[in-house]
Ligand binder design. Structure first.
Ligand code: ZN
Length: 326
């Protein structure tokens, strides 16, 4: 057995060592000889078995800070190594390579490649997602610069710019033509509201999807819609809930869904980065086999604090979205 990759090891006293800094798995080891403490601090990726008592190894294994020794270290793309190490620490039984293998097989479609969408696809690519579909014919605006696009990109098509950025930072990522295959997850990034027609199309096609909506000074991430999941709301469910509270909402929604945001406005840098990071985490959670935090809810992220707040809803009884799943 050996320590999990990425685990910090520090000495607390001559006979005491601390493994890990995160309270979810950090553990203190007491009663060591000075030599054992010194070797544990310097052990790195070497096996522990020859020099630590078996009972102590059992205790460390129970604490979740050990993994089986490998003859060769796993091959992990350097940019994705932080994901492998950190996600391995959050899971009990692997070294992170199984997470990266699943991500490498996945395809994620992203529509809307302004400042937020570009930060999102960059995060997904460096986190090990194997294939991306990029959709956005509109030109790069000056307000898109900052998360991959440079002033030299202004005026060029956003999808073409995103492809160039991804090719430079993650050349292993495959870029697929939108619409040719069914993605594992689709993300729509839009201004003001999410397009109801697009969401309905994804729902009826059975594609898990996540709307990201950028408003005047806040962002909405969610709900993560998992078609067929009983009791969880789709985007239309949320619109029906909102129409109950505000009867004019359908009229407002229809106007906002068909209005272009003026060129001079955009998304503040901190808001774009936080929204993109949360959206990426939701997608990766789904690809890793977990349940996204916004399944049945939505992050609401408002300036100036950009502190995510989660609101939750049930499926709306008048929506009938479960019946739309093929
Ligand atoms: Zn619904």
């Amino acid at each position: 057995m050996q320590l999990r990759a990425g685990l910090r090891v520090v000495r607390r006293a001559p006979d005491e060592v601390q493994l890990g800094t995160d309270s979810r798995w950090a553990v203190r080891v007491r009663g060591l000889t000075p030599e054992q403490a010194d070797r544990l601090v310097r052990t790195g990726d070497r096996p522990l078995d020859p020099w630590l008592p078996a009972s102590l190894i059992d205790d460390l294994a129970t604490a979740g800070v050990l993994r089986p020794s490998r003859r060769r270290p796993p091959r992990v793309p350097p940019a994705a190594a932080p994901d492998a190490y950190a996600y391995a620490l959050t899971r009990a039984a692997d070294d992170g390579t199984d997470v990266l293998r699943a991500r490498a097989r996945a395809t994620v479609a992203v529509t809307g490649l302004g400042r937020t969408g570009l930060a999102l696809v960059s995060a997904l690519a460096t986190a090990g997602v194997g294939a991306l579909e990029l959709a956005d014919d509109s030109p790069v605006r000056p307000s898109d610069v900052g998360t991959g696009a440079s002033p030299a990109h202004v005026g060029r098509p956003r999808a073409e710019t995103a492809a160039e950025v991804l090719h430079a930072l993650a050349p292993h990522v495959r870029l697929r033509t939108p619409g040719r295959a069914v993605p594992d997850v689709a993300v729509t990034v839009s201004a003001d509201v999410a397009d109801p027609g697009t969401a309905l199309g994804l729902l009826t096609a059975g594609v898990p999807h996540l709307p990201v909506v950028l408003r005047e000074a806040d962002a909405l991430v969610g709900p993560f819609v998992q078609p067929g999941a009983p009791g969880l709301p789709c985007l239309r469910c949320l619109d029906l809930h909102q129409a109950r509270a505000d009867p004019a909402w359908p009229v407002v929604l229809a106007q906002l869904a068909h209005r272009e945001r003026p060129d001079r406005t955009g998304v503040p840098a901190a808001l774009a980065t936080v929204a993109a990071g949360l959206a990426a985490a939701e997608v990766l959670t789904r690809l890793d086999g977990g349940t996204p935090r916004t399944a049945g809810g939505r992050y609401e992220i408002a300036l100036p604090a950009v502190e995510p707040r989660v609101r939750r809803w049930a499926a709306h009884p008048d929506c009938g979205c479960a019946a739309l799943v093929p």
